[in-house]
Ligand binder design. Structure first.
Ligand SMILES: Cc1cc2nc3c(=O)[nH]c(=O)nc-3n(C[C@H](O)[C@H](O)[C@H](O)COP(=O)(O)OP(=O)(O)OC[C@H]3O[C@@H](n4cnc5c(N)ncnc54)[C@H](O)[C@@H]3O)c2cc1C
Length: 403
């Protein structure tokens, strides 16, 4: 798999699609990204994002940005209702927090700054099917603006089409992401809109507060345009909340303001104002800085959290590769999803430079997904309950354990 000047088609133009596009572009191949959504609608469900060590490595090696792209925090600090720290959970390396939109714009502009004949990013292109034709793959897609059908021939197809991947379904049917029993409400508030007292509590920190039925976290990120100055930064909050998926609360939460039902996310601007007003009123009982953030949020969005994992990442004799959420979708407690895809891309570069085999890449992807899926689940249990599950206890030093 070290062919020269391959035609690479990437299905999905979110972070996995762009990260892999940049890697294959740098290897000298022609790269064509097909993204289903219009560009503007992508940002309607974007908020803060943890940039783990492999995301940082990818950015340092491939993008080399002139400016910092993330704010850091050294620990997760669990706080009580008055904002006092109950226990800090230190991290070996600082957490890097940024935003989905900042990374998306950074990656997309880097990719499109390359040779225009070799780097294409097209929106409103909905891939329907991938099939074999001799030693090539054929990608069949619809232009959602005109309804016209098109096809592209490829030497390599990267399926980066997310958790509900149609490409994965066509080669490994039946992997449907399962509801984990909780939802996340999310929002962002500009630092300039927050009181001095709350800013002091929130700036440069990652806070966690437990509720009866879930927990909240907050962290400080740059503006979407990449400004890190405290006044221009924003505070991201996430409220994890358990809901039975057969309950009326679940049905109401995922029915938007126009009456349309959503299975995974009700995006910004579509949340039913009555549902949000109820959540905001429960928010008044949270620890002070969280109560203020939730009160001041005007455009929240809510997602039903699901998880899934495919048993393989390689299909069609190595011509089709599954990456990112299309391969394995984690619970979000450890913020590892983007790290997974950056790690896969960095290792794929080694495969296509002839330093590693595709079998080794697949084994490494599967091992990472197994381990990270288990850690995310166990850390989530700790976040919800304050009790350290057996599976996590072994990995935590006694002095870091919760009081
Ligand atoms: C718009 C958006 C905003 C997000 N914001 C955040 C955030 O703020 N914080 C966070 O932690 N995570 C966020 N995520 C999730 C995060 O991007 C992923 O968990 C992680 O980066 C792995 O990304 P992915 O590219 O594998 O999957 P995804 O980010 O889910 O991307 C999959 C992409 O494939 C496209 N697609 C799906 N089916 C097809 C098809 N048949 N043909 C063509 N294209 C298709 C989708 O439109 C989507 O753009 C967001 C995802 C999206 C899509």
């Amino acid at each position: 798999m070290t062919g020269q000047n391959m035609q690479v088609v990437i299905v999905g133009g979110s972070l996995s699609g762009l990260i892999h596009a940049i890697v294959f572009q740098s290897l000298g191949h022609d790269v064509h990204v097909l993204e289903r959504s219009p560009a503007e609608s992508l940002h309607s469900q974007a908020a803060g994002l943890s940039a783990g060590p492999d995301v940082q490595k990818f950015i340092n090696e491939y993008i080399k940005p002139k400016q910092l792209y993330a704010k850091t925090a050294g620990a997760v600090e669990v706080i009580d209702v008055e904002g006092g720290v109950i226990n800090p959970i230190p991290s070996k390396d600082p957490y890097h927090f940024t935003t989905w939109s900042l990374l998306y714009n950074l990656f997309k502009s880097h990719f499109l700054a390359g040779d225009v004949a070799k780097a294409k990013y097209k929106t409103q292109k909905w891939v329907q099917e991938v099939k074999t034709d001799g030693d090539k793959l054929v990608v069949i897609y619809a232009d959602t603006a005109s309804d016209a059908q098109h096809e592209l021939r490829a030497d390599l197809v990267i399926a980066a089409d997310g958790a509900h991947s149609a490409v994965r379904e066509s080669v490994i049917p039946g992997i449907s992401p399962q509801y984990t029993g909780f939802v996340t409400w999310r929002g962002a508030v500009p630092a300039a809109a927050v009181s001095e007292a709350s800013r002091k509590a929130l700036e440069g920190r990652m806070l966690m507060f437990r509720t009866d039925n879930g927990y909240t976290v907050s962290y400080n990120v740059p503006s979407d345009s990449g400004n890190l100055a405290p006044d221009d930064s924003q505070f991201i909050w996430v409220w994890y909340h358990k809901i039975d998926q057969n309950s009326q609360e679940f049905i109401d939460t995922f029915t938007d303001s126009s009456g349309k039902k959503h299975s995974t996310t009700v995006p910004r601007g579509k949340v039913d104002p009555e549902v949000w007003a109820k959540r905001q009123s429960s928010g008044a009982a949270l620890s002070v800085p969280f109560a203020e953030l939730i009160k001041k949020t005007t455009d929240p969005f809510v997602s039903a959290i699901r998880e899934s994992s495919a048993p393989q990442t390689v299909a069609y004799d190595g011509k089709l590769l599954l990456v990112g959420d299309a391969f394995s979708l984690f619970r979000p407690h450890t913020g590892s999803s983007t790290n997974q895809t950056a790690r896969q891309a960095l290792e794929l570069a080694e495969v296509f430079r002839g330093q590693k085999t595709l079998d080794e890449w697949q084994a490494s992807s599967l091992g990472y997904a197994r381990m990270t899926g288990a850690i995310s689940k166990a850390f989530g249990e700790y976040c919800f309950t304050g009790q350290i599950p057996q599976s996590l206890a072994a990995a935590i030093k006694p002095e870091q354990q919760a009081k």
